[in-house]
Write a protein that binds this ligand. Sequence first.
Ligand code: PRP
Ligand code: MN
Ligand code: MG
Length: 187
Amino acid sequence: LRDVESDITEILFSEEQIQGRLAELAREIERDYEGKDVLIIAVLKGAVMVLSDLVRELKFHAHIDFMAVSSYGSSTKSSGVVRIVKDLDAEIAGRHVLIVEDIIDSGLTLNWLIGNLESRGPASIEVVAMFRKPEAIKEPVDVKYVGYDIPNAFVVGYGLDYNEDYRNVRGLAVLSPHVYGGEDPHA
Ligand code: PRP
Ligand code: MN
Ligand code: MG
C-alpha cells in the first residue's frame, strides 16, 4: 500500500468537522423543505461522499439520482463546455431538486448544470456544496447551502481527486506539491 500521508501537507477539515457541518446544513434543509418531496441529485464522481453522508443525516425521505458530466478536454475546462456522460434516471418536471456537489471551483460545471436542469421545468433548484473556493470563481453560482469556503489550494479527499486518486482520504487535505510537480495546475 502506498503511503498517502506523505502526499499530504495539511488536513484543512477532519472527517469529524465535515460531519458536524453537514449536520448543521441538514437541519437547514429539513426546515426549508418541510412538507415537500425532494429529489437529491449528486454529480459524479466527486459528490458521492457528500451525498451518502447528507442523505443519511436527513430526517425526511429523500429520493436520490445521479448525473455524470464531463468537460470537453481538460485543457478547455475553462470554456465551460460540458457534455452529459450519464443523465438522470428520473424526470424532474415539477419536482424540487437539490443538487449536491463536493466543491465549487470556477463555478463552470454548476452553472452549466443548473441551466440544463432548469430547462426541464423543475419546481425549484437549489445547490448544496461542501466546499467552495471564492478566489477561483469565474462564474458566480447561487448556492444556498455551503459547507466551508476554503483557500485556493490544491485539495483532495472527501470525494475530491487528483488524477482519480485520493478520493477516499477521509478529511479534506492539501496535496503536497511533490505529487503534481510543484506548480498548482489550477493556477
Ligand atoms: C470537480 C468537482 C466539481 C467540479 C468543480 O469535478 O467535483 O464537480 O470539478 O469545478 P468547477 O467549479 O471549476 O467546474 P471533476 O470535473 O473533476 O469530476 P469528478 O467529480 O469526477 O472528479
Ligand atoms: Mn465533480
Ligand atoms: Mg475531479
